[in-house]
Write a new protein. Structure first.
Length: 318
């Protein structure tokens, strides 16, 4: 008989109360597991929702970042496997058992992730090739819409395969491996921390597996109500940090040049949307951000203003 759970599910939430409630409801229908919720300083009543439950452990933090929040949950976890899942994900029935079975049957697989779909049923591209200057060139010039290199060309996410990265919205990882590689790099406040983790897992000799055997609905952006200047700049800082970490300062210089090109290309793309009432607000938020993006990349110093130190839980409730 097991004296510890096979799986510890860690849910990180920030101001996503309604999604969190549905996420926990779906998790309750899964195979027995340990449940840890990291509450990242929400002000929408999430804390009260969690206080009413006795089937989970709550860690209260002051929003140190997505990776740091998951690391805090992992430090308390007892399961052999960690299910890292966003609060805006709803797992398909039996998903937890199926993901654990993939790890049970494939000792060289370090991370496995399910197929992700939008609430409309539309496929979410949630796995791909390791970031490189080529993938960034395609994305920043919007050529990725034509050249599908980043997501393995003609692959339609319709079969299981080994990939370079999977989305951190929902992934299962071996706990000892997660600990061995140092968990998430907490210098990434948000964005790119999942790709960085996948690279370090692969560097440790393990595979990253995408599976179609199960799926999850991912609403996406439940903690981000709109594309803001801050979000785009945070994303850009994370990209630069990733390339500085794995490819060196020369690669960062190339990324800066590509990002200035991106600011021009995407501004031209979004300007026509200003005349469309439904798209005007979204277009404005992006068009306000791109000049900041361009100016920020003129600074020759790697901008680590998003970096936060390791923060211990301010309070644990169980």
């Amino acid at each position: 008989m097991r004296d510890k759970p096979q799986v510890s599910a860690i849910v990180v939430s920030w101001n996503a109360k309604e999604h969190l409630a549905r996420c926990l409801e779906h998790l309750a229908q899964q195979a027995p597991h340990e449940l840890i919720v990291v509450e990242n300083g929400s002000t929408d009543g999430s804390s009260e929702l969690l206080s009413a439950r006795s089937d989970l452990t709550v860690i209260d933090l002051e929003n140190p970042g997505f990776g740091a929040a998951n690391n805090a949950g992992a430090r308390l976890a007892k399961g052999d496997y960690l299910l890292l899942v966003n609060s805006d994900c709803e797992l398909q029935e039996d998903a937890l058992r199926i993901l654990a079975q993939v790890l049970d049957e494939n000792p060289r697989v370090g991370i496995v992730a399910p197929l992700l779909r939008r609430p409309t049923g539309r496929l979410q591209r949630s796995a791909g090739r390791e970031p490189s200057l080529l993938t960034e060139l395609l994305k920043k010039t919007m050529l990725h819409r034509i050249v599908k290199y980043y997501t393995y060309g003609s692959w339609s996410y319709d079969e299981d395969r080994t990939v370079d990265w999977v989305s951190g919205a929902c992934m299962m990882v071996r706990r000892e491996l997660f600990k061995h590689v140092g968990g998430f790099d907490e210098r990434f406040f948000m964005f790119m921390e999942d790709l960085d983790l996948c690279k370090r897992v692969r560097d440790a000799g393990y595979d990253v597996q995408f599976t179609t055997q199960t799926s999850a609905i991912h609403y996406g952006g439940a903690s981000q109500s709109a594309v803001t200047t801050g979000m785009l700049l945070e994303s850009e800082r994370s990209v630069r940090l990733y390339f500085h970490k794995h490819h060196g300062p020369r690669a960062v210089t190339a990324i800066r040049v590509l990002s200035m090109i991106e600011a021009v290309v995407r501004s031209c793309f979004w300007m026509p949307a200003l005349v469309a009432p439904r798209m005007r607000r979204h277009a404005l938020s992006r068009l306000k951000a791109y000049p900041h993006l361009a100016r920020g990349n003129l600074n020759p110093v790697v901008d680590d203003s998003c970096v936060v130190g390791r923060q211990r839980p301010s309070r644990i409730r169980s």
